[in-house]
Design a protein around this ligand. Structure first.
Ligand SMILES: C[S@@+](CC[C@H](N)C(=O)[O-])C[C@H]1O[C@@H](n2cnc3c(N)ncnc32)[C@H](O)[C@@H]1O
Length: 312
């Protein structure tokens, strides 16, 4: 709980950070997504300097990435030299990930900047391409199926497949306002959105993902599947999103992010849980979440444990 309380207290700092990171995120989108347009990215850097605004590490890292993508290695090296002199980290993946701990990038929509995301999420970028080649746009079932095929035929994915998926579907109720911690590429979010449709088309899914690359890919996957209107992806740490109060009332909380902090994040989310709320937590037995199990026992939750086979 300490970690969450500490994060919630940094609101002032975050607001400042948000401005610079959101500006930079637009750059990132502008420059990296349209990889060939590094000259515009450089001229944006110039205009910042002429306005006496010192470009921050994110802005510089994104510009360097754009130059590398546009094969202007000389300009990229120059920016990296500046960052080195200013003792900045110039790894765009790390910087972007740090930024997502504090902010969301609502303006980042598809097309997903696959070239820029590849170094951060090679397998997930491959998955996204696989989906686009094999699934039917707007057909959520076909996207779900194609993700399962990828996990079986190409590479293991950390998703709630097989028996877990069946249990998840069986537990949902019509009109559930669902919040998920741990979106990854949006597989379980799609399963839940699809199930809500079957149950009558009401309810909603909001999912939090701390890894920016995963979140961008999830947004692309959800859009491809035609459920982007039903699933909102929030980029950032789950407990930070809880602290904002923007997740709304929760009828169904899916914990699928990090077993070691399930108990802390559940505790933080408790004021938002409705009277009929169900908390659905994955992997509590293996690799296990003993602190969480102890917490729900002490708090006298009505507990059901399901021991399931999980290959996917
Ligand atoms: C097991 S995967 C989620 C799988 C997804 N629920 C599914 O079944 O398709 C866990 C995800 O949680 C994310 N994650 C880890 N810690 C987090 C946190 N504190 N807040 C939000 N997301 C987190 C990871 O980046 C990873 O993508």
């Amino acid at each position: 709980m300490m970690a969450c309380a500490g994060n919630a207290g940094d609101v002032g700092m975050r607001r400042h950070f948000r401005v610079s990171a959101v500006t930079s995120a637009s750059w990132y989108r502008y420059a990296c997504m349209e990889a060939g347009r590094w000259p515009q990215c450089l001229s944006l850097l110039e205009s910042m300097r002429s306005e006496e605004v010192q470009p921050d590490s994110i802005a510089l890292a994104c510009a360097a990435q754009a130059c590398r993508d546009g094969r202007n290695q000389a300009a990229a090296s120059e920016i990296q030299d500046e960052m080195r002199q200013r003792k900045m980290d110039y790894n765009v993946a790390e910087i972007l990930n740090d930024a997502t701990l504090a902010v969301d990038f609502p303006e980042v929509r598809s097309p997903v900047p696959l070239g820029a995301l590849r170094p951060m999420a090679q397998k997930e970028v491959q998955l996204f391409k696989w989906i686009r080649q094999r699934a039917t746009p707007g057909d959520v079932q076909s996207v779900i199926k194609v993700i399962e095929e990828f996990a079986e035929e190409r590479s293991w994915l950390k998703i709630q497949g097989e028996q877990k998926k069946e249990l998840l579907e069986a537990t949902l109720r019509p009109e559930d306002r669902i919040v998920e911690f741990g979106c990854y590429v949006g597989y379980s979010s799609m399963v839940m959105a699809q199930r809500l449709r079957e149950l009558g088309g009401h309810g909603s899914v909001t999912t939090c993902e701390v890894d920016a690359a995963n979140a961008y890919i999830a947004r692309g996957v959800l859009q491809f599947a035609g459920v982007e209107g039903e699933v909102q992806v929030r980029v950032g740490c789950a407990c930070d999103w809880v602290a904002t109060g923007q997740l709304g009332t929760i009828d169904f909380l899916l914990l699928d992010h990090r077993g070691t902090i399930y108990h802390e994040d559940l505790h933080a989310a408790e004021p938002s849980l409705s009277d009929k709320a169900i908390v659905f937590a994955d992997n509590v037995l293996y690799p296990g979440a003993p602190l969480f199990l102890n917490y729900i026992d002490v708090q006298e939750y009505a507990i059901e444990i399901h021991e399931l086979k999980a290959i996917l």
